[in-house]
Design a protein around this ligand. Structure first.
Ligand SMILES: [Mn+2]
Length: 351
């Protein structure tokens, strides 16, 4: 077992983050021409770019279907940051379907189906088997970022699943942070600023040790880089997800100059007028049109069209799916198919 595995040959339909939106998945598969067993009249095959569950109403059903399709060889999937969290047994926001201690806190996402013990065990076994990256000569698939040095590090992992490799790297980073004195400086800042760090109204200046500490956790762990992307220290702190932040996402594709195309998910591309929940959060696609390839060579494509934000549309009693879609990128056709049946040819490939 390796964390970087060969991708299927032939024509592919690469599907972005699903986040427990089972109905969207079923209608997308129908529009793509798949039958209930994942068979396709033209022999096409499915690839899932990770983040199968969390937030949406039916994460268990999504896992059951994809697990089945992968087992019978009709689909492949890479793990995303949400799969990694489940593997690490970290009950984060949106994981109430999996962790009973989180279920009552996930009010925003209610109602949602909850996995039983038997299912959880099966899902964990399945996630342990998932690769982090899939590759072939012309195309690569990861959840968030194809960062060449992180991929090299993943290739060197043998005899460990992603969860075990993640723990080992986290230990290494923690030890280094402690020995270098960064942990001590970080703790001092945390004590000094205390509850203000989670108060939007407070004026928190740039905290250099906190920034460096956060950056180290993200950038010194190859698994984090591939499943949640590249980060940098930002110029000004910003408030997002209930905390003051000192590092921001970096559009890694601006540095990607290798030949094979890369398809990823994770980055919540926006359609139409949908607004970010945190106005301060950096939109990585301000200079990229919604259906365009992007990056230094224009050979990277993020296929996540924010279906994970459907809970917000439900919450606001808006039309579900108006600004959020589940998408598949057809390769080599480079056409998008959405869960509502609409299609769109992508633009600017290698332009
Ligand atoms: Mn993600």
């Amino acid at each position: 077992m390796s964390l970087v595995q060969p991708l299927f040959n032939g024509n592919l339909d690469i599907i972005g983050d699903i986040h427990g939106e089972y109905d969207a998945l079923c209608s997308l598969l129908r529009h793509l021409g798949y039958d209930l067993q994942g068979g396709h009249p033209e022999g096409r095959r499915l690839v899932f770019a990770g983040d199968l569950g969390d937030r949406g109403p039916s994460s268990p059903a999504v896992f059951i279907l994809i697990m089945y399709l992968c087992k019978i060889g009709r689909a492949q999937a890479v793990a995303g940051n949400h799969e990694l969290n489940l593997l690490m047994q970290k009950p984060k926001e949106g994981t109430g379907w999996f962790f009973s201690e989180q279920a009552s806190k996930d009010i925003r996402y209610m109602p949602f189906d909850v996995a039983n013990e038997f299912q959880k065990k099966a899902f964990l076994e399945f996630m342990k088997e998932l690769p982090i990256a899939l590759e072939r000569e012309d195309i690569r698939v990861v959840h968030a970022a194809w960062e060449p040095s992180a991929i090299v590090a993943l290739r060197s992992v043998t005899g460990r699943d992603a969860g075990q490799a993640h723990i080992a790297w986290e230990h290494e980073v923690a030890l280094d942070i402690k020995q270098s004195g960064l942990k001590e400086r970080y703790s001092q800042e945390q004590v000094q600023w205390g509850s203000q760090l989670s108060d939007r109204a407070s004026r928190v200046p740039m905290l250099p040790a906190t920034a460096e500490y956060m950056l180290a956790h993200q950038m010194r762990n190859p698994l984090r880089i591939i499943t949640s992307g590249i980060e940098r220290i930002c110029t000004l702190p910003f408030f997002a997800g209930g905390k003051w932040r000192f590092v921001e996402r970096h559009p890694w594709w601006k540095n990607y100059d290798e030949e094979p195309a890369v398809v990823c998910g994770h980055f919540w591309r926006r359609l139409g007028s949908s607004e970010p929940e945190d106005a301060n959060e950096l939109d990585l696609f301000t200079d990229v049109s919604p259906f365009s390839w992007h990056g230094k060579k224009n050979n990277v494509f993020c296929v996540d069209y924010s279906v994970g934000a459907r809970f917000r549309e439900r919450e606001a009693k808006k039309t579900v799916g108006a600004n959020t879609k589940l998408a598949a990128l057809r390769w080599p056709e480079k056409e998008l198919v959405f869960d509502d049946g609409t299609r769109q040819i992508t633009s600017q490939f290698m332009a």
